[in-house]
Design a protein around this ligand. Structure first.
Ligand code: ATP
Length: 317
C-alpha cells in the first residue's frame, strides 16, 4: 500500500491506564510531515507516557497510532521513528565515538554506512575534538547532544524528544535547537515535549497542550492566543505619584472607558484592544488627571498567558 499522503503521525483516541490511573484519556492529534510540534502540559499531564507510547515503549490501553500511514508495530513505523528520551541513555564508561557506534548498531545502521554516520554526528554535535573522551566526564549540555545524536543516527523521518533541553545552559539549548532545525530542514518531522514556554513559542509551528491526559488546546500560537486570552495588549504606565482613583477615558465609539490602576501604586495597568486607536486617548486621560508619565510598557499576549489561562495556577505535584 502506498502512503505518500499519510501524515507523519496520526493518533486517534489514545488511552493509557496504569491500573486505575488514567494517564491518557483519549488523545487525538496529527503531526504533519515536516512539522515541528511542541507538547506542553503541567507535571503529570501525560507527556512522557504519550512519547513512550508513540515510540512503542509502552503499550496503549486503547486507540490507534499510525506512523506515515503504517501501524505502530510495523517495521516501516519502527524505522521511521527516532526517540530521544528524557533520561540520558548513554554509556558513561564509553567514549563519544563508542557510544555512537553502539547506538548505530542498535538501530540497525548498516556497517558500511555507520562510519559515515558517526563522522556526521561528531561534526553535527560539535564534539569532534571530544570523540575519544569518556562521556562520563562531559557537561550536561554535551551529554544531551550525544544523547540526541544517538537517537537519530538511523536518520528517522520522525523524531520524538522528551524534554531535550532539560538541565542545560542557554548556549547548549541554542545549539540543540540549531541541530534540530538542521534535521527539520532536511525533512524530518519533530515532536517534542518541554516546560520552556518560550522555546515552544519560538521553535515550533504548532502547539498542543495536554492536561490530565487530555488535549485541551491544539493550534498555532496565534490561534491559541485568539481563542483564549484574545489579542488585547497589556499596557503598563509608570506615573510620578500614587494613583488615587482609576483613570477613565471618556467617550464612546472605539474609545472604551477604562477602569484601571491599583490605588497606592505608582503604576497604572490596563488592557487595550487596538493600540493604534486607543493608546493616545488613554495617555491623554492619564495626563488630564494630573499625572506625569515617566515610562510605559506594552505587552503582547504570550504562550505563558495562554498556558496559565488554560491550566490555572494550582500546583500539580
Ligand atoms: N510506569 C508508571 N506506573 C504508574 N503510573 C505512572 C507510570 N508512568 C507515569 N505514571 C503516571 O501517569 C501520569 C502521567 O505521567 P507522565 O510522566 O506521562 O506525565 P508528564 O506530563 O510527562 O509529567 P512531567 O512533566 O512531570 O514529566 C502521572 O500521574 C504519573 O504518575
Amino acid at each position: 500500500m502506498i502512503h505518500a499522503e499519510a501524515p507523519a503521525l496520526e493518533i486517534v483516541n489514545l488511552r493509557k491506564n496504569y491500573r486505575r490511573l488514567e494517564a491518557l484519556r483519549g488523545v487525538d492529534f496529527v503531526l504533519q510531515r515536516g512539522e515541528r510540534l511542541a507538547f506542553l502540559g503541567p507535571n503529570g499531564a501525560g507527556k512522557t507516557t504519550l512519547i513512550r507510547a508513540l515510540a512503542g515503549r509502552t503499550r496503549p490501553t486503547a486507540g490507534t497510532i499510525k506512523v506515515l500511514g503504517h501501524p505502530i508495530h510495523s517495521i516501516g513505523a519502527r524505522q521511521a521513528l527516532g526517540l530521544v528520551p528524557q533520561d540520558l541513555a548513554l554509556y558513561g564508561d564509553l567514549t563519544t565515538r563508542e557510544n555512537l557506534f553502539a547506538f548505530g548498531k542498535f538501530h540497525g545502521v548498516p556497517r558500511r554506512e555507520l562510519k559515515k554516520r558517526v563522522a556526521w554526528a561528531l561534526d553535527w554535535t560539535g564534539l569532534k575534538d571530544r570523540a575519544g573522551d569518556l562521556v562520563a566526564g562531559f557537561s550536561g549540555g554535551m551529554k544531551r547532544r550525544v544523547n540526541l545524536a544517538c537517537g537519530v543516527l538511523h536518520r528517522p523521518k520522525i523524531i520524538l524528544l522528551d524534554e531535550p533541553t532539560v538541565g542545560v545552559d542557554p548556549q547548549s539549548r541554542q545549539r540543540i535547537f540549531t541541530m534540530l532545525d538542521q534535521l527539520n530542514e532536511e525533512g524530518a518531522s519533530i515532536l517534542l515535549t518541554t516546560h520552556h514556554l518560550d522555546e515552544a513559542e519560538q521553535r515550533s509551528d504548532r502547539i498542543v497542550i495536554l492536561d490530565q491526559g487530555r488535549v485541551i488546546a491544539d493550534g498555532t500560537i496565534d490561534e491559541l492566543v485568539l481563542s483564549t486570552v484574545g489579542h488585547s495588549r497589556l499596557v503598563k504606565v509608570r506615573i510620578d505619584r500614587p494613583l488615587v482613583a482609576p483613570v477613565t477615558v471618556p467617550g464612546g465609539g472605539s474609545v472604551r472607558s477604562y477602569q484601571v490602576g491599583i490605588a497606592g501604586r505608582e503604576m497604572i495597568e490596563t488592557r487595550i484592544d487596538d493600540v493604534a486607536v486607543d493608546l493616545a486617548p488613554f495617555l491623554q486621560a492619564v495626563r488630564k488627571d494630573g499625572y506625569m508619565v515617566s515610562d510605559m510598557e506594552v505587552h503582547a499576549p504570550s504562550l505563558h498567558h495562554v498556558f496559565l489561562h488554560l491550566t490555572g495556577n494550582e500546583l500539580r505535584d
